[in-house]
Ligand binder design. Structure first.
Ligand code: FE2
Length: 279
């Protein structure tokens, strides 16, 4: 799947941008399915608003329950003072997750693409397990910022083997909040760990290495259909979307079956519903 040059770039940068990875019809089908799922999702008082800038506000119970379900998380600015949605669901949701790839046939087909299995093998994940999927809406005007982080913070394996697969379902630009990634940042330490503690989910600081500046980073402006694949330790972020254009993306996180899935992870699969591979 990958050329020697791409593999070298992967070693060096800790991420790869693959333009046009998914054909337009597949991308359109996933987008339509996402909007249908969004419309069907009804907010309730315990639905949970997703915010990475204020981790304490994460609704622990809603997050934990979403591990094996299709659950919606709204943007902080989606509701008016009376608690009503200001706009249609697809323009109010931050994301839906985290088992789309196992619960929904359209998402399963998109995720279980033999070319992804090949790509994962090329990048050292020989026996992939598909742990987490998210449809990120990044709606116009209110799409929230995602601060600098490493995905291995939220998905803990021993040893670290998590890979993130990020598919642009719409064009991603500086204006609507494209990804920023730090080249070579995967060789740095894991700075934080988010997991189960005695009093609930906690974000723990492990290392004081500062986050990169935008000047030290690459702005991944890509067209719909592109795949950005990145190492679990690669620092990345995205700005708020204050533009009139949404920036939908689908992310899939995989890890190798030979590395242990930590009991500390917020995401645990119940007995009888294990994380499966690409087959
Ligand atoms: Fe991430």
């Amino acid at each position: 799947m990958l050329s020697p040059e791409q593999l070298q770039r992967w070693q060096q940068d800790g991420f790869l941008v693959l333009p046009g990875f998914k054909p337009a019809d597949e991308v359109a089908r996933l987008r339509e399915r996402a909007i249908a799922l969004a419309q069907a999702f009804e907010p309730t008082p315990d639905t949970g608003v997703f915010s990475t800038t204020q981790p304490r506000k994460l609704a622990d119970a809603a997050l934990i329950a979403s591990a094996d379900q299709v659950h919606g998380f709204f943007e902080e600015e989606a509701f008016d003072a009376a608690g009503r949605l200001r706009q249609a669901h697809a323009r109010s949701l931050n994301k839906i997750g985290h088992a789309l790839h196992d619960r929904d046939p359209v998402f399963s087909a998109f995720s279980r693409d033999p070319r992804l299995a090949e790509l994962a093998r090329d990048l050292g994940v020989a026996r992939a397990r598909l742990w987490q999927s998210m449809l990120i809406f990044k709606p116009p005007a209110i799409g929230g910022e995602v601060r600098w982080h490493q995905d291995a913070t939220y998905l803990i394996t021993e040893p670290q083997s998590v890979l993130g697969l990020w598919f642009a379902l719409e064009d991603a630009t500086r204006d609507n909040g494209c990804l920023w990634l730090q080249p070579g940042g995967h060789r740095g330490p894991l700075r934080e760990r988010f997991g189960r503690g005695p009093e609930g989910l906690v974000l723990e600081r492990l290392d004081d290495t500062p986050w990169p500046t935008l000047e030290q980073s690459v702005c991944a402006e890509v067209e719909a259909g592109a795949l950005v694949v990145f190492h679990g330790l690669t620092p990345h972020c995205s700005a708020a979307n204050r533009s009139p254009h949404s920036r939908m993306a689908y992310t899939l996180h995989i890890a190798d079956a030979s590395s242990a899935w930590s009991d500390l992870n917020w995401l645990q699969r119940p007995a009888g519903f294990p994380a499966r591979g690409f087959d």
